[in-house]
Design a protein around this ligand. Structure first.
Ligand code: ADP
Ligand code: 5GP
Length: 210
């Protein structure tokens, strides 16, 4: 039973949400469900040099681009943050995030721990959320079950997991993805609570307090 909002007090000041965590913890699964349930929340489509996985759509899941194009985006300052993750580059295009924030809309970034640090440094108002696995063995089992990575890539992801998981100490909120429905509720509860924050609704408050 995930939170389904039917009426929505749209915040005047949108939020920039950053969801991070080690690979295989379930970020993509949780984020996609949250985007379906929470109106007015947009997903920041990252640029990446990694090959497309079956089922992914260019422009929806990622902008799939080659390395020269990626490096040109870095040089021209088009990326809000970027990082190399398992030999591939990933970055957040700056313009759509700036435009959404200027309109008062909310945006959600699903990025790695290095990227989350860069966003926090550039935009301290960002709301950071970390997805934790119930334990390391479950995380590895899920990566294998996903069947999208070679054994070598999975081994590399697992070797890096401890370093990635240390990122949990730096965020505002944590979500533990053991039972999927419960994790969905945790993430959506965090997003909704943040969007209900008084400071995001100044005119509505003024109407009743004048
Ligand atoms: P990430 O985006 O963090 O790398 P994914 O969302 O791709 O992780 O999840 C990794 C795999 O684990 C996927 O196959 C997904 O369906 C599965 N998964 C995610 N959450 C759960 C859960 N709570 N229980 C069981 N399997 C899960
Ligand atoms: P995947 O290849 O599994 O889609 O993603 C691998 C990792 O890259 C995940 O941890 C994901 O959150 C991260 N990632 C995706 N987009 C970006 C981005 O724009 N910037 C950064 N820094 N990491 C990203």
């Amino acid at each position: 039973m995930s939170i389904a909002l039917r009426t929505w007090p749209r915040p005047e000041r949108g939020a920039l949400f950053v969801v991070s965590g080690a690979s295989g913890t379930g970020k993509t699964t949780l984020v996609q469900e949250a985007l379906r349930h929470i109106p007015g929340l947009g997903f920041s489509v990252s640029a990446t040099t990694r090959p497309m996985r079956p089922g992914e759509v260019d422009g929806r899941d990622y902008h799939f681009i080659d390395r020269p194009r990626f490096d040109a985006m870095v040089s021209s300052g088009e990326l809000l943050e970027w990082a190399e993750v398992y030999g591939q580059r990933y970055g957040t295009p700056r313009a759509p995030v700036d435009a959404a924030m200027a309109r008062g809309d909310s945006v959600l970034l699903d990025i790695d721990v290095q990227g989350a640090r860069q966003v926090r440094a550039a935009m301290p108002q960002a709301v950071t959320i970390f997805v934790l696995p119930p334990d390391i063995q479950t995380m590895e089992r899920r990566l294998r079950a996903r069947s999208t990575d070679s054994d070598a890539v999975i081994a590399h992801r697992m070797a890096n997991a401890q370093k990635q998981l240390a990122g949990a100490a730096e965020v505002d909120f944590v979500v533990v993805n053991d039972d999927l429905e419960s994790a969905q509720d945790q993430l959506q509860a965090v997003l909704v609570a943040e969007l209900c924050r008084r400071s995001r609704h100044p005119s509505m408050i003024a109407r009743f307090t004048r």
